[in-house]
Design a protein around this ligand. Structure first.
Ligand code: ADP
Ligand code: K
Length: 446
């Protein structure tokens, strides 16, 4: 089923014409309303009168996460605050980085693309959807919620976590659809047999999974464990939220349709920023075509993927391959975006620590684990009469245990992640050998 067949099957030439028209309008709109883009356009020697369309887009520089931070909270908005119907923040940020807003019209578009996405995933009006995406400032929960309602589904807004309740509701309410991060769907798939539940104990038929990278192996595990057909949903807050791209349930493994009438994608070289041809992997760059509150041109997503047209497919829109990784050092931990430099910022405000730290991400079972290793300030260690530090020694000293707990709590409060903190003596962590020191070790294999 196609939610909006006229647009989802719009012939490519007409889709391009629509994109050109919408992009020109979006450029005129930001020039008139957003000083940041007015300056950008001027710097590129472009303006509403001279901007021809898609062909001129690469002349503009990229918009980056830092631009959101520099204009915190509402500096990039194109409408007066009173016209903003809802605010969200990107997950895993300190709240200071990425604030996004929507007009009532933007929320309509959000619901529309999520409704299209869920229909592509196999959902049909009348079915029930258990939404295990987090509700709150994170765009996932409410984004899926209103799209599901628009499609005519019954929504069960459980939000993330509480596995007991999730499994109980799956059995009692018998929803056909589960929306979750892939790693959480894996947890549910593993918990079922552990509790003596066969896949038949629940009524699930489809799972819609996103917010973090996942693999075909995970797809197999979730599909077998929950008795579903699992598809990919992709999105990011800066552009909208979930529902920017979605895999069709009958075309699994061939890429996710990117809804090109609302978002214009480019793939660029991660080092030079030059546009790359279809089929080649590079950084996904997205421009909004219809946004009112927060129109964004050429957003550097950091996500590495490729685009290609599939002429035998059900829809005309371009397909995006799986996300192969990220071009920056953002980690995605259980769906939560996490910049290791956020740890550095927190260390600055915590006496007894030094700015030398290391973040190690591993995977135990399906779930990501993070260990944050931090060197203790030399003075603190000297005061305790210690030269080196081991986990056993930390356990023997109250001051060190308190420090460990305080840092873990600070990370939890500010970033929203539970991590394990390990304290080290000064000099115990790796140092740069002249070049860039990577403070991150990502030992997970997707
Ligand atoms: P979301 O609600 O989609 O998690 P955020 O703005 O918090 O939105 O995070 C966006 C980032 O999450 C993307 O840039 C990408 O790195 C990652 N992401 C979202 N969906 C997927 C997906 N299906 N596959 C891989 N990564 C994803
Ligand atoms: K995410």
């Amino acid at each position: 089923m196609l939610f909006n067949p006229a647009l989802e099957r719009l012939p490519l030439a007409r889709l391009r014409a629509l994109q050109n028209e919408r992009l020109r309008a979006q450029v005129a709109y930001v020039q008139a309303r957003v000083p940041f883009y007015r300056r950008r356009l001027a710097a590129a020697g472009l303006g509403a009168a001279t901007f021809r369309g898609l062909e001129d887009l690469p002349k503009l520089g990229f918009t980056r996460k830092a631009d959101f931070r520099d204009h915190y909270p509402f500096g990039l908005f194109a409408v007066p605050e009173a016209e903003v119907a809802r605010l969200h923040c990107s997950s895993g940020t300190t709240g200071k980085a990425t604030v996004v807003g929507y007009t009532a019209g933007d929320l309509e578009v959000f619901a529309e693309v999520v409704a299209r996405s869920l229909a592509a995933a196999g959902c049909r009006p009348g079915m029930k959807l258990q939404n295990a995406y987090g509700y709150g400032l994170f765009t996932g929960g409410l984004g899926i919620h209103y799209g599901a309602e628009k499609l005519g589904l019954t929504v069960i807004p459980v939000s993330g976590g509480s596995t007991d309740r999730q499994l109980q509701l799956l059995q009692d309410f018998r929803p056909e659809i589960l929306c979750a991060t892939p790693s959480y769907a894996q947890v549910l798939a593993e918990e079922m047999p552990r509790r003596g539940l066969a896949p038949g104990a629940v009524n699930l038929r489809y799972a819609v999974l996103g917010a973090e990278p996942w693999s075909e192996a995970v797809r197999g595990q979730v599909q077998d464990g929950l008795g579903v057909r699992a598809t990919n949903i992709y999105g990011l807050s800066e552009i909208l939220g979930p529902g920017i791209a979605q895999e069709d349930v009958d075309e699994r493994g061939t890429g996710s349709y990117l809804w090109e009438d609302h978002f214009y994608p480019e793939i660029v070289d991660r080092d030079t920023g030059e546009p790359l041809p279809y089929g080649q992997p590079g950084v996904l760059v997205l421009s909004t075509l219809t946004k009112q509150a927060l129109p964004i041109l050429r957003y550097w997503t950091g996500d590495i993927t490729s685009l290609s047209y599939d002429h035998s497919a059900k829809r005309t829109h371009v397909k995006m391959g799986p996300i192969r990784g990220r071009a920056d050092d953002m980690l995605i931990i259980r769906g939560v975006n996490f910049f290791p430099t956020q740890v550095e910022d927190l260390l600055g405000g915590l006496p007894g620590t030094s700015p030398s730290y290391q973040v190690v991400a591993t995977r135990r079972g399906p779930l990501d684990e993070v260990e944050v290793r931090v060197e203790v300030a030399a003075a603190l260690l000297r005061g305790l009469g210690l030269a080196a530090l081991t986990d056993e020694l930390v356990q023997q000293h109250d001051a060190l245990q308190r420090l460990q707990g305080a840092l873990a709590q600070k990370i939890k409060d500010n970033i929203g992640l539970s991590v394990r903190v390990s304290l080290r003596a000064p000099g115990q962590l790796p140092r740069s050998e002249g070049g860039k020191l990577s403070r991150v070790q990502d030992l997970r294999t997707p």
